[in-house]
Design a protein around this ligand. Structure first.
Ligand SMILES: [Ca+2]
Ligand SMILES: [Ca+2]
Length: 294
């Protein structure tokens, strides 16, 4: 594996001569601008902390604890403590620097509060929390926390708030690429739960919709520019990805979206006559009627 780096952008190129593959990998950086959807994860609140704490603040009311796991290090647990005084605002303590001390992590107040005048309050907070990795590295991982005071009294919810982005060379073309992990674990090496977005049309934007031609599942081969690639490896922190030419061949992804040409398909009509869409119906208005038998 040969690697070299330039001054402006670090580009790691790997060539696996034995397999006849050429792949590229690059330092991908955490970026908050890409991800526009999220999957919330529940933090169940308990009377006792699951991990020993070395120092705690003076709580003003009833405190309950939860834990989140970030990164693949053995000690990857981060404690969350919710302090709820009977007659005051709640506070969410996060062990942001993952050192077991809940008093050295900056402002513990919730960032925003919605639902003034209503029984149900929604509290929101954005924070970076340290993710620790087995290789000794760490990352400040952007997360968003929220809580419904009445509807989900025993739960704090959170989601990941960033993707890894960088540039990658596929064939002769350099594309911007984003890796998105879908489980809010700060782990990108679980390819089943990782999404790859490639700025295929190079308009500077990632089309992150699941049906877009720029979004792929990280554990499946994908076609860019007529060549089928697959992800060979992603580091746990997602800072490195290696993409190789696949020995499988898949078709370029079809876009099914408003304003895009409908995809070509072949089927039979109700009388059993072959129908080659759109050729059979070229020049005619086609009404698609989706129905089911239940
Ligand atoms: Ca701390
Ligand atoms: Ca694009």
């Amino acid at each position: 594996m040969n690697r070299w780096s330039g001054l402006g952008a670090t580009l790691l190129v790997t060539v696996s001569a034995a397999l006849g593959f050429q792949g590229t990998a690059q330092k991908l950086k955490l970026d908050k601008s890409v991800v526009r959807y999220y999957r919330p994860v529940r933090i169940e609140l308990k009377e006792k902390a699951a991990v020993a704490l070395t120092k705690e603040p003076e709580y003003k009311g009833k405190v309950r604890y939860g834990v989140i796991k970030l990164g693949d290090a053995t000690e990857n647990q981060v404690v969350v403590a919710l302090d709820e005084p009977a007659d005051g605002k709640p506070t969410l303590y996060l062990d942001r620097n993952a050192n077991g001390d809940l008093t050295d992590d900056g402002d513990a107040a919730w960032g925003r509060e919605l639902g003034q005048g209503s029984d149900e309050k929604v509290y929101l907070k954005d924070a970076t929390v340290t993710a620790r990795y087995a290789d000794g590295s760490a990352a400040e991982y952007p997360l968003s926390f929220y809580r419904f005071s009445k509807r989900l009294p025993d739960v704090v919810l959170y989601y990941r708030n960033a993707a890894r982005i960088g540039e990658i060379k596929l064939g002769e073309v350099t594309y911007r690429v984003a890796l998105v992990e879908e489980t809010a674990t700060a782990r990108f090496d679980d390819l089943k739960n990782t999404t790859v977005v490639v700025d295929v049309d190079r308009d500077g934007k990632f089309d992150g919709a699941s049906n877009s031609a720029e979004t792929y599942k990280a554990d499946e081969p994908f076609n860019v520019g007529g060549v089928t690639y697959e992800i060979k490896r992603v580091s746990a922190s997602g800072d490195e990805v290696e993409i190789v030419i696949s020995d499988k061949t898949v078709a370029a992804k079809t876009i099914i979206a408003i304003g895009q040409p409908a995809p070509q398909f072949v089927t039979k009509d109700l009388e059993g006559r072959p129908l080659d869409f759109p050729n059979t119906l070229k020049g005619k208005v086609v009404l698609l009627d989706f129905w089911a038998t239940w």
